[in-house]
Design a protein around this ligand. Structure first.
Ligand SMILES: CC(C)(COP(=O)(O)OP(=O)(O)OC[C@H]1O[C@@H](n2cnc3c(N)ncnc32)[C@H](O)[C@@H]1OP(=O)(O)O)[C@@H](O)C(=O)NCCC(=O)NCCS
Length: 620
């Protein structure tokens, strides 16, 4: 089976699953906040099983649940979950994920949160995902620094990044914390399944899983490898603050990490980085995670928000939406917001070798105060200050890898006052990471639900997804047909075969427009010109059911009205049987039953007799 067919199948599958959202959501992997633990669930279950009278107080209102029917329901949910997960399992196999585990999760190796995150990570590894784990240690470093007799100190940069000022006690503490974290993760990865299970399944189990028997013989364990993968430099004195032994990420040893992953090992990164003089620096682990995700072109970068922060009302963003959302919700008047957000674009431009559209940070001076060369834009070559932008020098471009280059150019992934997770997500997507998922680690199983169900659990920013309105081509016929068919069956739109659609799209007078999202047609409309284009009909106007009530109908109609006006159309009309109010509230006038108003129907337009369609029009 080739990759194309898998992704196509996945897309179709996602569409179906979304429409079934209400009935299929997480019935098996019921993710619960930790105040209601899995043990509680098990206890509830046992209580239910042992209860012989399950009818409850309202005997007539609820269906009677017997232990047997509950058991059957549980099995159904289990099977349903696996079937839903299958395309994701196939897709994630051999993918590269970078996961940042923040310091507060790593703080207590016996905590339920840490163990639950590790359980999910082990499942990912067993399903063939290549894993780079970046282990934060902030809380531990502070605690250990205090124990060593020093007070933890921090400073906040103009980009809103709070960094530790690391003294020698702080560095000792960081090394201790990082060592301890590596060991805690290694211990979790070594943990085998219940010995009763391995015995029961005997040799076959040990051969395939690698866990082998209880004393560890014939085990092929997931190996967690840490190393000097991160090159760092002293941060030095910035804005008058001496950061001591705090470091900044210079580059990530991509080749060695990829080789290690190829062997099947899990790569562990910490907050520590090293330089050519053999010095150690304490960096911000999130910087390392962002740099690693970018340098390794991760398929997924997973961020576990430190304080559980997730956008409340959104679970999915395309990259442009995410940036718009950040600006709308977090813009501060006192900072040059758009410039900072544009840093992302500039960086993406650099990474792509200088082609395509990008604008650059207009405050573009490097750390030595020298003016950097501006990044060119093919369409609009003005930067925010309206000055012309120049192409970047090709020699400079090839000398260093992209993270290093960005840092030299003083690019910054943080945007002041914006949630750090969203900044990391948008920046990483701009730089080639396909998808960034923000998942609350405090919810048990959240990683699995996010990665193996169509609805997910957290919030995703997709750098590779696209949604936009465009003119249809004949390649869209199948998508349009599939979308319209159920509406035609219900008598809402007039049925057109794929061939008719193809003919319409190729004809001079008819155009089809579609909203495409991630390769799927999610809305469409036909636009037919009469009377030399003065009078135009909107037809086959529909939004796929799972995407309704989110403004797409409005967006498509506005697009058509603009298109009509630009092309000299003076009157728009349409025939509808069921959607009158929708068009009336968008400025269309009711002209009567179409069959009775032939004087208002342009020559050449045939009204289907007996359908009772209502005629609506709008003067532009
Ligand atoms: C009509 C349709 C295109 C609207 O698309 P949409 O993306 O859901 O629309 P929007 O999100 O822009 O608008 C949603 C609003 O329209 C209302 N609405 C949806 N369908 C409606 C209908 N048939 N009649 C009246 N209002 C309707 C919703 O209740 C919502 O109202 P609210 O904003 O007060 O909550 C979509 O419902 C559809 O495809 N329907 C089936 C096909 C159809 O009827 N096509 C018209 C044939 S000419």
């Amino acid at each position: 089976m080739n990759t194309q067919s898998i992704s196509e199948r996945l897309r179709n599958y996602e569409r179906v699953m979304r429409s079934n959202r209400a009935s299929t959501t997480f019935t098996c992997l019921s993710s619960v906040r930790f105040q209601h633990s899995r043990q509680d669930d098990a206890d509830d279950w046992n209580r239910t099983e042992n209860n012989t009278d399950l009818k409850g107080p309202e005997k007539n209102s609820a269906p009677v649940l017997t232990a047997k029917s509950l058991q059957a329901k549980k099995k159904d949910s289990f099977v349903q979950f696996f079937r839903e997960a299958l395309p994701y399992i196939t897709m994630h196999k051999q993918s590269l994920f970078v996961i940042h585990i923040p310091g507060n999760v790593m703080y207590d190796k016996n905590s339920q949160v840490f163990k639950s995150v590790m359980q999910d990570i082990i499942i990912l590894r067993e399903l063939g995902v290549k894993l780079v784990l970046v282990l934060g240690s902030d809380s531990q470093i502070s605690k250990l620094t205090k124990l060593k007799g020093s007070e933890p100190k921090f400073a906040t940069s103009k980009f809103g990044a709070t960094r530790r000022i690391t003294d020698e006690f702080g560095l000792e503490a960081a090394m201790e914390a990082c060592g301890r974290n590596n060991i805690a993760v290694q211990a979790q990865l070594t943990k085998g399944p219940d010995v009763r299970l391995t015995r029961k399944h005997g040799d076959h189990y040990s051969d395939t899983s690698g866990w082998g028997n209880s004393n560890g013989s014939s085990r092929n364990l997931p190996v967690a490898t840490s190393g000097n993968y991160v090159y760092a430099k002293r941060r030095g004195v910035v804005d008058g603050v001496d950061y001591g032994l705090t470091g900044e990420v210079v580059k990530i040893d991509k080749t060695s990490i990829l080789e290690t992953l190829e062997q099947g090992d899990v790569v562990l990164l910490s907050s520590l980085g090293f330089n050519a003089a053999g010095e150690v620096f304490n960096c911000v682990s999130r910087d390392i995670a962002v740099a690693a995700a970018i340098e390794l072109s991760a398929d997924k970068f997973i961020v576990l928000p430190e304080d559980g922060y997730l956008p409340k009302d959104k679970s999915y963003f395309t990259l442009p939406d995410a940036k718009k959302w950040m600006i709308e919700n977090f813009a501060r008047k006192d900072v040059e917001y758009s410039n900072l957000v544009q840093n992302h674009q500039a960086y993406a431009w650099l990474r792509n070798g200088g082609g395509g559209n990008a604008t650059n940070n207009s405050n573009n001076s490097n750390k030595n105060g020298q003016q950097q060369q501006k990044v060119a834009s093919t369409s609009s070559s003005k930067n925010n200050n309206g000055s012309e932008q120049q192409p970047i020098n090709n020699n400079q471009k090839d000398k260093v890898n992209s993270w290093q280059r960005a840092m030299e150019m003083d690019f910054e992934w943080r945007v002041p006052s914006c949630p750090i997770e969203m900044c990391a997500a948008t920046f990483a997507c701009h730089c080639g990471v396909k998808r960034v998922h923000m998942v609350d680690p405090n919810t048990s199983g959240s990683l699995l639900v996010e990665l193996f169900t169509s609805d997910g659990e957290g919030c995703m920013v997709a750098g590779d997804r696209y949604e936009g309105t465009r003119k249809a081509t004949i390649y869209d016929c199948v998508g349009i047909h599939d979308m319209l068919q159920p509406l035609a069956d219900a008598g809402i739109v007039v049925y057109r075969t794929e061939d008719q659609l193809r003919r319409d799209i190729l004809s001079q007078n008819v155009s089809f427009f579609v909203i495409e999202r991630d390769g799927n047609i999610i809305a469409c409309a036909s636009f037919t010109g009469y009377e030399n284009g003065k009078s135009c009909e909107i037809g086959s106007f529909a939004v796929a059911s799972e995407y309704r009530n989110e403004g797409r109908g409005d967006a498509l109609l506005s697009y058509l009205e603009e298109y009509a006006a630009e092309n000299g159309c003076e009157r728009l009309f349409l025939l509808t049987t069921r959607t009158a109010e929708w068009f009336i509230s968008r400025g269309f006038i009711f002209d009567g039953v179409a069959e009775d108003r032939s004087e208002l129907i342009p020559n050449g337009k045939k009204v289907v007799p007996g359908r009772g369609s209502l005629l609506f029009s709008k003067t532009l």
